[in-house]
Design a protein around this ligand. Structure first.
Ligand code: URA
Length: 234
């Protein structure tokens, strides 16, 4: 089995994050630094940060966090900035963020050690709707929003059709709810930039049925059984 898949199944990281850990030389197979794409057998000893991975099943953990802005969505940061891991409750296992929110974006973030669920949720074919509250500088009209709804060309590829509606508008700003089913890099910000508008504030308020409600900035809570069952089913 490929080392990144192995690490995901053991609940250490998503496959993508596992690749980052391998590139950072944090993973060893039988005492030798692992290369990207290496394969492992059940009998191999795999260490992360020189700690052997227990062969026992790792207990699954799922958290919902209200990520504040000014925090990076990674497990560690080489520039010493605050990461989402700094907000986890004491005793939390080796969970990792599912997908990314920009440094300047706040809102709902899932953290888990369930590599399969993370892989499914972040896979390009996953169509789980993600809703954002975006505050755009200046007034916006339905005509402007229609351009967002019908798709915008980013890096030569159109974004999928999406939902968008105005929550509030005045001369200074417009608040818009945007629901996308993709997760391209800085997608919401870039969609508005492409029509000449600036996103002043961006917050993710839901992922599928999961809502941010009740969590203050920087707060994290364990998911309910119902939420976990829902996520595993998407
Ligand atoms: N779209 C963005 O522009 N930023 C995010 O963090 C998420 C979606």
């Amino acid at each position: 089995m490929r080392i990144n898949k192995f690490l995901a199944e053991k609940g250490v990281a998503s496959r993508r994050h596992a690749d980052e850990m391998i590139s950072a030389r944090r993973v060893k197979i039988n005492g030798i630094v692992a290369q990207l794409g290496a394969t492992v057998e059940e009998t191999d000893e795999v260490c992360v940060d020189d700690k052997p991975l227990s062969r026992a099943e790792v207990k699954e953990e799922f958290y919902i966090m209200n990520k504040p802005k000014g925090v990076v969505c990674t497990v560690s940061d080489d520039r010493g900035r605050k990461t989402v891991m700094d907000f986890l409750p004491e005793g939390a296992g080796r969970v990792f963020p599912v997908g990314r929110l920009d440094y300047d974006t706040e809102g709902l973030l899932i953290l888990t050690n369930d590599g399969d669920t993370a892989f499914r949720l972040t896979h390009p074919t996953s169509e789980v709707p993600k809703t954002y509250m975006a505050r755009i500088a200046g007034t916006m009209t339905e005509k402007d929003l229609n351009r967002i709804r019908s798709g915008i060309e980013l890096d030569g590829v159109m974004t999928k059709k999406c939902k968008a509606h105005i929550v509030e508008t005045n001369k200074a700003y417009t608040k818009v709810h945007v629901t996308i089913t993709e997760g391209r890099n800085r997608q919401v910000r870039r969609m508005f930039e492409a029509i000449g508008r600036t996103v002043e504030f961006l917050k993710r308020v839901s992922i599928g049925k999961l809502k941010l409600t009740g969590l203050n900035r920087g707060e994290v809570r364990a998911m309910t059984e119902e939420e976990i069952a829902y996520l595993k089913g998407v």
